[in-house]
Design a protein around this ligand. Structure first.
Ligand SMILES: *Cc1c(COP(=O)(O)O)cnc(C)c1O
Length: 395
């Protein structure tokens, strides 16, 4: 047949470019820090998940170097075959203690936790009740499971209750409520205390994905500690790649959960374990959060200051309650223009977030606070954001 089997590659990309939806990767020439060289230009970075600045913390970096020297660069196998180290056991024990749970597991990534574990926790005879703004990796995990998916309105407890009643009537084998802890586009939090109350009435399992909460909420321990719900949430998924500044997915919960996950999660069973340097850096990162509380404190001080200032300029920060601060603009073209001018003329690096990540009319740039920012950095960023916002008639 006379057709080009890969013509769609160029066609699809042309369409994405025409709709202004192409992602352009920018390259950091050095560590992920507030003062950072990006595409050859020194900028102030306001868009990293490395909230506490631990990606470049000397103790974390040194732990990685030491472990790499002792153990080498790669793990050699998936964990269940021959890829787990005494370091991994140490991490898992330390992390479980930190999270105040019986046990924990270091998995490949947060994404891999959701895509590998959710389809084992629920299947065809079950119902998943999911917040409408949950992360894409949760959506993928639920799709893979084959369970029936019911969406409840964002953070809406009466709607959640209504959906749970329906699910109960339908005679599902298991009911699982899944929610992000912190929602990454708006920086708001799941009402986990209320979810726990409702879940108990229906015998529903609770799965919270705390990727943006760990290192930030509850003195760094995450959303469960924030609401004092230790022992009441069945599955906590997380990531060492954000607030902790290193890399890896985590599962925290009962010993039964962790044994189950080790034996069933397909991503855990089929994907190679972390390099030892990563595992050691993860251990060091938890130690730093525990011994140096100033980092969590700083990120919150910056958050409160920055949010108050942008709000007083007239920016709409939506429902933000965390160091994720959206500046909601509305028009996607304007959001992209704001981000472009900030980067090119003001050396401020913030990310435009447009459809399909958020509704078209809620286009925004998203900034995230970082413990390593100084008051001067914040004031520099604020004055640029005010200047360009006025120029574009946003404020
Ligand atoms: C970032 C994120 C993930 C993915 O975590 P990685 O460790 O980067 O794979 C999953 N869920 C949520 C809510 C996230 O924000």
């Amino acid at each position: 047949m006379n057709r080009d089997p890969v013509a769609f590659l160029k066609e699809d990309m042309t369409e994405l470019r025409r709709s202004n939806l192409e992602w352009i990767i920018r390259y950091l020439e050095g560590g992920s820090k507030p003062h950072c060289i990006v595409n050859g230009k020194e900028v102030l970075m306001l868009n990293t998940n490395n909230y506490l600045g631990l990606a470049t913390h000397p103790k974390v970096v040194q732990a990685s170097i030491d472990a790499t020297k002792k153990y080498g660069a790669g793990a050699g196998a998936v964990p269940v075959i021959a890829g787990s180290f005494d370091l991994t056991r140490e991490f898992q024990e330390k992390f479980a203690k930190y999270k105040e749970v019986e046990a924990s597991l270091l998995c490949q990534t947060g994404f891999a936790v959701n895509s590998g574990l959710i389809p084992m926790l629920v299947g065809k005879p079950d119902i998943v009740v999911s917040d409408e703004l949950n992360h894409g990796s949760i959506i993928d995990g639920v799709r893979l499971s084959g369970a029936k998916r019911v969406i409840y309105k964002h953070r809406d407890i009466p709607d959640l209750e209504k959906q749970l009643k329906e699910a109960e009537k339908g005679g599902a084998r298991r009911i699982c409520i899944i929610t992000d802890g912190v929602f990454s586009m708006d920086g708001d939090m799941a009402p986990l205390d209320k979810i726990v109350n409702v879940a108990e009435d229906f015998g529903a399992m609770i799965f919270v994905d705390d990727c943006h909460g760990e290192g930030v909420l509850g003195e760094g321990k995450g959303i469960v500690a924030h609401f004092n719900l230790q022992g009441k949430v069945h599955v906590e998924g997380g990531s060492m790649s954000k607030g902790f500044g290193v890399f890896g997915g985590t599962v925290a919960g009962s010993k039964d959960l962790i044994e189950f996950c080790k034996n069933k999660s397909r991503t855990y069973l089929l994907s190679t374990a972390h390099p030892p340097g990563v595992v050691a850096a993860n251990i060091a990162s938890i130690e730093v959060v525990e011994s140096e509380p100033q980092h969590v404190k700083a990120v919150w001080e910056h958050t409160n200051y920055f949010k108050k200032e942008v709000q007083s300029m007239g920016y709409d920060t939506g429902r933000s309650e965390t160091p994720i601060i959206p500046l909601i603009i509305g028009d996607p073209g304007k959001a992209q223009e704001l981000a472009r001018i900030l980067f090119e003329e003001e050396n401020i690096y913030g990310t435009p977030i447009v459809f399909p990540m958020v509704a078209r009319e809620l286009s925004r740039i998203r900034v995230q606070m970082n413990a390593l920012l100084t008051k001067d950095d914040l004031n520099t960023a604020l004055s640029s954001i005010e200047k360009v916002g006025k120029k574009l008639d946003i404020i």
